[in-house]
Design a protein around this ligand. Structure first.
Ligand code: HEC
Ligand code: HEC
Length: 330
């Protein structure tokens, strides 16, 4: 049954789905905000979620039929791809690391530089991007239209023949159901003292105290959804100026969106350019004070963490892995 959403649950905690007026209402896992913003002109419905899911896993949406959204956003890697930078059709490398798509329903700006403002706007950029799926919009619409299943599903969901804007709406609707929470950290925060080991509790102290991670990695997403310069790409070729490329404001030079730390153990390699291979590398990077440059964020400074503090901090970061709520490819 379509409205019985299946899901991969990694920590063996079943997520219940309530059904409301025939439409599935995805249950929000522990640790996330109950309120999920949804645009008025694109409400969540079960049928539309299902259509978006099919599009997400469909390789025919790339020019040569080799790449789906899910090729770069793999369910088993918390919707990342384990590569430093994403690779599109014909092995063409992009310039940035594929971010996790969990909990993007709460996002305010998308991509590492925030240049996309809504989940509805995002999918067509991936489909047409030369280094991703490289399909023209007319060809994209033609392929959907000639496919009987799609043209019927679009007719039923939108009352129209398939076109790019509606396909983007369906994909956005699907992406909004991709939630992840109920990690050991969430259970600890909600009163289960045994959810974290002593080492993880010490790591949490460092995260909040000496490590000074909280100014940026805060709130339910462990990201302030703002842009900061931590120097990751400073002085590197090819030059990636991050937020500056969008705003052209001098103070945004080298700033990138704070990444969520949920499921961080599953999403290596790290940073917008995939330049740090492991969590050890990330902690080493921060311990040294990131990469000093004239625009470095003032919350970043050398931490000089002791070896055991580094181990504790990493133990804590591993406790941010939670349920990955996604319907598998049927
Ligand atoms: C070739 C690999 C690739 C494919 C295919 C791909 N993506 Fe992505 N995706 C990326 C990369 C890389 C980024 C980050 C780009 C940037 O910041 O400039 C990204 C970013 C995103 C984001 C923004 C997330 C955030 O937190 O900012 C969303 C949403 C997304 N992709 C959804 C999709 C959907 C839907 C599809 C299919 C239509 C898709 N992607 C296809 C690699 C890919
Ligand atoms: C000034 C804000 C700021 C502070 C403080 C900060 N971070 Fe970050 N963090 C960021 C930004 C911005 C990124 C993305 C940087 C990039 O890719 O260029 C990031 C990326 C990361 C990543 C990689 C995420 C991914 O998916 O690639 C990890 C892990 C991380 N931070 C952990 C930490 C830890 C642990 C601390 C404390 C020791 C910390 N951060 C302190 C802003 C900050």
């Amino acid at each position: 049954m379509r409205i019985l959403l299946l899901q991969i649950v990694w920590l063996a905690v079943a997520v219940e789905l309530a059904c409301f007026g025939g439409d599935p209402v995805t249950k929000v896992p522990l640790g996330l905000d109950e309120f999920i913003p949804v645009p008025e002109d694109n409400p969540q419905t079960g049928e539309k979620i299902e259509l978006g899911r099919r599009l997400f896993f469909d390789k025919q949406l790339s020019r040569d039929g080799t790449i789906a959204c899910a090729t770069c956003h793999l369910p088993e890697r918390a919707l990342t791809d384990a590569k430093p930078v994403a690779v599109g059709i014909e092995g063409r490398p992009g310039r940035r690391n594929a971010p996790s798509l969990f909990n993007r329903a709460y996002g305010k700006a998308f991509f590492w530089d925030g240049r996309v403002k809504s989940l509805e706007e995002q999918p067509l950029t991936a489909i047409t991007n030369r280094n991703e799926m490289d399909l023209t919009l007319p060809e994209f619409e033609f392929r959907l239209d000639r496919n009987r299943d799609y043209s019927m599903a679009f007719g039923s969901v939108f009352g129209e023949r398939p076109h790019a804007r509606n396909a983007a709406k369906a994909l956005a609707t699907f992406v909004r159901t991709l939630l992840s929470g109920n990690s050991p950290f969430d259970r600890f925060e909600h009163g289960d003292q045994n959810a974290l080991s002593d080492a993880a509790k010490r790591g949490l102290q460092i995260f909040r105290g000496k490590g000074n991670c909280i100014p940026c990695h805060s709130g339910p997403l462990l990201s302030d959804e703002e842009f900061h310069n931590t120097g990751v790409s400073w002085g590197k070729e090819p030059l990636d100026l991050g937020r500056f490329e969008v705003t052209k404001r001098e103070q945004d030079r080298g700033k990138f969106k704070t990444a969520t730390l949920r499921n961080i153990a599953l999403t290596a390699p790290y940073m917008h350019d995939g330049s740090l291979a492991t969590l050890d590398d990330v902690i080493e990077f921060y311990s040294k004070g990131a990469l000093p440059n004239p625009s470095l964020d003032r919350e970043v400074r050398p931490l000089n963490l002791h070896p055991e503090e580094k181990v504790d901090l990493i133990t804590f970061l591993k406790c941010l892995s939670g349920e990955l709520q996604i319907e598998p490819q049927l």
